[in-house]
Write a protein that binds this ligand. Structure first.
Ligand SMILES: *[C@@H]1O[C@H](CO)[C@@H](O)[C@H](O)[C@H]1NC(C)=O
Ligand SMILES: *[C@@H]1O[C@H](CO)[C@@H](O)[C@H](O)[C@H]1NC(C)=O
Ligand SMILES: *[C@@H]1O[C@H](CO)[C@@H](O)[C@H](O)[C@H]1NC(C)=O
Ligand SMILES: *[C@@H]1O[C@H](CO)[C@@H](O)[C@H](O)[C@H]1NC(C)=O
Ligand SMILES: [Ca+2]
Ligand SMILES: [Ca+2]
Ligand SMILES: [Ca+2]
Length: 690
């Protein structure tokens, strides 16, 4: 089917006539009537007799720029169906559906709820589609309506608002301004002409437009003050100052004063700004206003003054002499503040130079005083900075920590960069490669599920006695790790090995474990008073049965291998402890597994079984079927008994398994241990010197 447009076709309906008259009046009012197809009728095929099944009619019209199309339906009578699925009249504006109509609609209904919405956008298109299905149970007349193309009154549209006055015309609109204003290049905003160039003027007054009446909206006024070199301006605000400001203090309108040097100053509100010197031979004053408000503006007077310089020449410095202002050609000595220095090669001395006040009010030369930089310190392999890439200049703080949780710093790890370019602690100690130190955390095990005393020889769990070391080959013996390099053992275990490297195992509870940590000795130092007896000096009476072992490499501390603490000289004598080792059980020579047991410690006088060999350098202990045997020698006797240690009560080495009567475990016999407390100085000195 074709688009069907009929012009000025007569109709008998009275209401249609009324609408037509209205349409003709519209037509008369607009002179464009003749040039574009301004109006016309559209109707369904066969109207008013009735439409056929399978009718299909479409119509589309587009408006020129600044116009829109309005459609007025005078008559709608279509077969009624749910959602107008059978026969339908659809109206679209720019491809978007406005209405989907069917059934019979009276004129009132059309005029109130349909026609007011049937129009295109400005410059847009309106289209109609009419479709009927295969059957018509009754005769229906179809639809009829007329369209007009009209100018859009943009002055009514808030989005196109002109800031002052608006004039609508056919095909467009124009903004215009009240007298005294001009239209901005955006064609909508009205502005005042208020720029002024006062170059060469030595004094005068400067006011906002219309002052003291309210200043105009939407204005940007730029004033220029400029004089010759060697002079500056003094600006003094006079009378009322009233520039619109929001409640939150933000400037809605603003007065901005920008000199050649320094930051621009911006003023608003009602407080009269105090007078000031521009420190510059020229200034640009900008006054900006928004689209509303009735504030009164500003008035200021300007005068020229001789140029002066002011301090500081550069941040973090002081001047000699110290004055409020300095005349041109005046000289000052600039001294950098503590912790700051001159990085420039121009400076002969590292922290002071002379500067001269120039005619332009600026100092020359200006060399910045920069904070000294301590740099990233060199640290031991066990230590690191708490932060990556921390700032390292004057007064900045760095924080050190140990990389491994099995170590701890022996001093506070906070250091500050001082003026002498050193990292120093709160107490003034200098940071060096050897200070502070990461020291192994001693006397801690991984025995957290354990509590209470333990009796009898029981196998140890991994990490339960992490300081226990084993020499598996002959002579089988034990030792106790006391740092990440040193271990303590009995002298008789290592006698004869001082010049041969020995191989010790750590982190081990099963003597056949092949995954244990293997340590080679670098030095074995037997106590100088270790008592060898007999002609060939092949025997010993076990006095001073103690030796220090230094490993050839740092022991890799971890969960299962950690040092035990040493006692202090003031520790009270203990009456109980735990002894451990891979020594004999019952009649066997050696145990495959690390065993431990609780022992009672007795006063020496009660240990008569030891006979004449017993000295004050020994501790005697034993109990409830637990004793140290051959093969345990060199191993630890420690306190508190295993299971009772905590961060507040760390495990301390009380004794070294030394000797005992041949039948170990015998109730009446005791074991003898080297008393660590008697050797603390020797241990400390030997470790320091080797
Ligand atoms: C109506 O006619 C138009 C072309 O005149 C066609 O594109 C459209 O598919 C037709 N619609 C139906 C339902 O026949
Ligand atoms: C303002 O109007 C002029 C002509 O009246 C036109 O040339 C110009 O493009 C318009 N400017 C804007 C921003 O619309
Ligand atoms: C102001 O006027 C002076 C001369 O009177 C001129 O050199 C200068 O360029 C002008 N400044 C501006 C911004 O128009
Ligand atoms: C070290 O400095 C950090 C912050 O850098 C602080 O949290 C900590 O308390 C300081 N430690 C000491 C012991 O002063
Ligand atoms: Ca039908
Ligand atoms: Ca218009
Ligand atoms: Ca305003």
């Amino acid at each position: 089917m074709k688009v069907k447009v009929q012009k000025e076709e007569g109709s008998s309906h009275v209401s249609t006539l009324r609408i037509m008259i209205a349409f003709c009046v519209i037509c008369l009012l607009f002179p464009l009537c003749g040039s574009v197809p301004l109006s016309g009728w559209i109707q369904s095929p066969g109207h008013p007799l009735g439409y056929e099944p399978y009718s299909n009619m479409t119509w589309k019209e587009c408006a020129p720029a600044g116009h829109r199309i309005t459609l007025t339906l005078t008559h709608v009578d279509l077969e009624e169906s749910f959602n107008c699925e059978d026969d339908a009249l659809k109206v679209f504006s720019d491809e978007e559906i406005l209405f989907n109509l069917c059934a019979r609609m009276n004129t009132k209904e059309l005029q109130t709820s349909v026609n007011p919405f049937l129009h295109s956008s400005s410059g847009g298109c309106l289209s109609v589609s009419f479709l009927s299905d295969y059957s018509n149970p009754e005769r229906h007349t179809g639809f009829r309506g007329f369209y007009t193309i009209q100018d859009v009154d943009e002055c009514q549209d808030p989005e196109n608002e002109c800031t002052q006055l608006c004039n609508n015309y056919i095909g467009g609109y124009r903004c215009f301004c009240r007298p005294g204003y001009f239209l901005d290049s955006n064609n909508h905003t009205c502005q005042v002409s208020c720029n002024k160039n006062y170059t060469g003027s030595l004094e005068g007054e400067l006011k906002s437009p219309h002052w003291p009446s309210p200043y105009p909206e939407n204005s940007v006024c730029s004033y220029i003050l400029a004089v010759e070199e060697g002079l500056q301006f003094e600006l003094t605000f006079t009378g009322t100052f009233d520039v619109e400001r929001a409640d939150n203090g933000r400037c809605i309108d603003s007065l901005t004063i920008k000199s050649l040097i320094g930051e621009a100053k911006t003023f608003c509100g009602r407080d009269l700004p105090s007078s000031f010197f521009t420190r510059s031979k020229s200034v640009e004053i900008t006054f900006r206003t928004d689209h509303k408000g009735t504030n009164r503006g500003f008035s200021l007077s300007y005068k020229t003054k001789e140029m002066k310089c002011i301090g500081p020449v550069t941040p973090a410095s002081s001047l000699m002499p110290q004055l409020h202002e300095y005349p041109t050609d005046g000289k000052v000595t600039v001294t950098c503040d503590k912790g700051h220095e001159l990085k420039s090669e121009l400076a002969e001395v590292k922290y002071l130079y002379e500067s001269t006040c120039q005619k332009n009010g600026q100092w020359s030369p200006v060399i910045p005083c920069e904070p000294v930089d301590c740099g990233v310190p060199e640290l031991s392999e066990l230590m690191e900075l708490s932060e990556n890439d921390p700032p390292t200049t004057y007064l900045k703080q760095i924080s050190l920590k140990c990389k491994s949780k099995f170590y701890q710093l022996n001093k506070n790890g906070n250091f500050t960069c001082n003026a002498e370019i050193n990292w120093v602690s709160e107490n003034g100690e200098k940071l060096t490669k050897d200070f502070p130190k990461c020291e192994p955390v001693c006397g801690m095990n991984t025995d957290d599920s354990f509590g209470g005393r333990v009796f009898g020889g029981k196998p140890a769990q991994p990490g339960q006695i992490p300081w226990q070391l084993l020499h598996r080959a002959s002579p089988r013996g034990g030792a106790s790790l006391i740092s990440d390099y040193w271990a303590l053992t009995a002298a008789h275990v290592v006698d004869g090995y001082e010049s041969k490297p020995m191989s010790w195992l750590g982190g081990i509870i099963d003597g056949q474990d092949t995954t244990s940590i293997n340590m080679e000795t670098k030095k074995i130092i037997i106590h100088p008073k270790y008592n060898r007896v007999g002609l060939e000096k092949l025997q010993t009476n076990y006095d001073n049965d103690i030796a220090l072992i230094k490993m050839s490499a740092r022991v890799p501390l971890g969960k299962n291998i950690r040092p035990v603490c040493l006692p202090t000289k003031t520790d009270e004598a203990v009456t109980e402890g735990t002894v451990s080792g891979f020594g004999g059980v019952e009649k066997k020579k050696a145990s495959r597994y690390l065993l431990y047991g609780a022992v009672q410690i007795y006063p020496l006088v009660e240990c008569k079984s030891g006979g004449s060999k017993v000295t004050n350098n020994m501790i005697c202990a034993g109990g409830d079927g637990v004793d140290s045997c051959k093969g345990d020698s060199g191993g630890p006797l420690f306190f508190p008994p295993l299971g009772n240690g905590s961060p507040d009560q760390t495990y301390r080495l009380t004794g070294i398994v030394s000797w005992g009567p041949p039948n170990c475990g015998d109730e009446s016999y005791k074991g003898y241990y080297t008393k660590i407390q008697n050797y603390l100085d020797w241990i400390k000195q030997t470790m320091e010197n080797n």
